[in-house]
Ligand binder design. Structure first.
Ligand SMILES: Cc1cc2nc3c(=O)[nH]c(=O)nc-3n(C[C@H](O)[C@H](O)[C@H](O)COP(=O)(O)OP(=O)(O)OC[C@H]3O[C@@H](n4cnc5c(N)ncnc54)[C@H](O)[C@@H]3O)c2cc1C
Length: 452
């Protein structure tokens, strides 16, 4: 049997490996000229993901082929946070070292909120992360089992209220799923446990190296890659997909996996777009340095985190944004949250000259807070991210409201030989969960196709 996978990001690479493991002849079609998707990199500088969590997920996938993550190391401190008044907080995996940096009241709040994040994560993981897309019955079981511990009717901002420093600190984790933290449901607090309780890890060469390892493994397993081929359309026959059209012609197979943004897949199939609101985008400055810097993750909070999110909600780039900085040897990556694009044709405020001006504004702020020997830089705006993410919304659907954290499933419009996987569907965004989506979504398709 033949299978075609669209997209050579983490989800597409994981899906290709799973299909290959089942004995299928697999071809991956990718519009870019290299694998990695959002992690493709610019001359060694990261373009997207830098914080590696849940390494057991890539390890399980690599382990199915006798490989492991090479040079995996825990990061310490997890991240170094700073506020405009000079306060610094650098949490560690070791709780004692973390609490020692806090006042008595803060330490009490931190313990309580960390415990709550853990309870939520452990309660939610089987339903929302490690299981298949939840059915209504499984959601009800989850609701009955977890009850008030899941804080179903509370907002994240009410749950984590704990003073001027810890409130923004705990709110920010919801941005890892594309949320505006002030509109996120309390259940997204579980993400804090993933980083603070389970740890942050680093691989030599960063996430790009992980994508390269998966790509080389897939090649060695016989997966064929067609780079520089942009999918335009999928032929929809009754109950199944007939073929994929790229600029190079038509391609057909028995099974299809789309590991591109869910909106793109629906468009290729001529199906209506979903009505849900989109999550946030990002604006990044990629930097090559003239001297090596130590490995580190840094957050420089804005003076008013709520005002920053009000500006983003109003569709504006924040004037005083919270900076995320990652340094690793002679590369640095600066990222701020930004609104996704208002329409398909882009539009304000993403014009190239405005992007350059905004990048320079960010670099001036960085110069004051964390001077770096910058040899060359380039900006990536929401418009640039819209190549891999519909309207630049990095995680698809906004995880807001009561059921907002639920991701769309793997099935598309009853087409039985197609699975939709990746960061915009179950179990959600981020590198490990996108890989999990690719692997398990492909497995689900194999089961549906009667292969396993
Ligand atoms: C700025 C930024 C920071 C992030 N930080 C982190 C982080 O620190 N930690 C973390 O875990 N995650 C992070 N993420 C999220 C993470 O990068 C994504 O969730 C993950 O990479 C998604 O993988 P994917 O394979 O689902 O999608 P993608 O990487 O988007 O892959 C989809 C692929 O499909 C291809 N494609 C799309 N359209 C077509 C077409 N028409 N024809 C052919 N191919 C097509 C694309 O080119 C792309 O290669 C970040 C993302 C961004 C952008």
């Amino acid at each position: 049997m033949k299978a075609m996978v669209i997209g050579a990001g983490f989800a597409g690479l994981a899906a290709a490996l799973r299909l290959c493991k089942a004995g299928l002849q697999v071809t991956v079609i990718e519009q870019l000229d290299q694998p990695g998707g959002k992690a493709i990199g610019w001359e060694g500088v990261p373009t997207g993901p830098t914080v590696l969590t849940l390494p057991e997920i890539p390890r399980q996938i690599l382990g199915a082929f006798g490989q492991d993550l090479l040079g995996l190391k825990p990061v310490s401190p997890l991240t170094r946070y700073a506020w405009p008044d000079g306060r610094v907080f650098a949490p560690e995996l070791e709780l004692g070292a973390t609490l020692a940096q806090l006042s008595t009241q803060e330490a009490r709040d931190y313990r309580r909120l960390l415990h709550q994040a853990r309870t939520m994560y452990e309660g939610a993981r089987d339903t929302f992360i490690f299981g298949p897309p939840p059915t209504v019955a499984r959601l009800m079981q989850y609701g009955l089992r977890e009850g008030v511990r899941a804080h179903p009717l509370q907002s994240l901002s009410a749950l984590v209220k704990s003073g001027p420093y810890l409130t923004p600190f705990f709110l920010r984790f919801a941005t890892y799923l594309g949320a505006n933290p002030y509109r996120a449901p309390a259940v997204l607090h579980n993400i804090a446990w993933v980083e603070l309780g389970l740890g942050v890890f680093h691989l030599p060469g960063g996430m790009r190296a992980l994508a390269q390892q998966l790509y080389e493994l897939a090649r060695a397993q016989g997966v064929e890659f067609l780079f520089g081929q942009k999918v335009r359309r999928m032929q929809r026959l009754p109950g199944r997909v007939g073929a994929i059209e790229t600029e190079g012609g038509w391609h057909s197979a028995d099974l299809y996996v789309s590991a591109a943004d869910r909106h793109f897949t629906l468009e290729w199939l001529g199906l209506p777009r979903p009505s849900y609101a989109l999550g946030v985008s990002g604006f990044a400055v990629l930097m090559k340095l003239s001297e090596a810097m130590p490995l580190g993750h840094y957050i420089y909070f804005s003076a008013d985190y709520r005002a920053e999110w009000n500006q983003i909600a109003a569709g504006r780039w924040p004037q005083d944004p919270t900076l995320y900085l990652h340094t690793d040897g002679d590369t640095a990556f600066l990222l701020v949250n930004a609104p996704s694009l208002p329409s398909d044709s882009g539009g304000h405020p993403s014009s190239p000259s405005e992007s350059q001006a905004y990048a320079q504004h960010l670099l001036r702020k960085l110069e004051r807070l964390h001077p770096l020997p910058i040899a060359a830089w380039r900006a990536l705006s929401p418009e640039d991210y819209s190549r891999t993410a519909y309207r630049g919304a990095l995680y698809g659907r906004a995880p807001h409201g009561l059921l907002g954290a639920l991701r769309p499933g793997w099935a598309v419009a009853g087409l039985r030989n197609l699975a939709q996987v990746g960061g915009t569907v179950h179990p959600g965004g981020g590198v490990p969960l996108s890989m999990r989506s690719g692997w398990k979504g492909a497995e689900w398709l194999l089961g549906r196709g009667g292969v396993i």
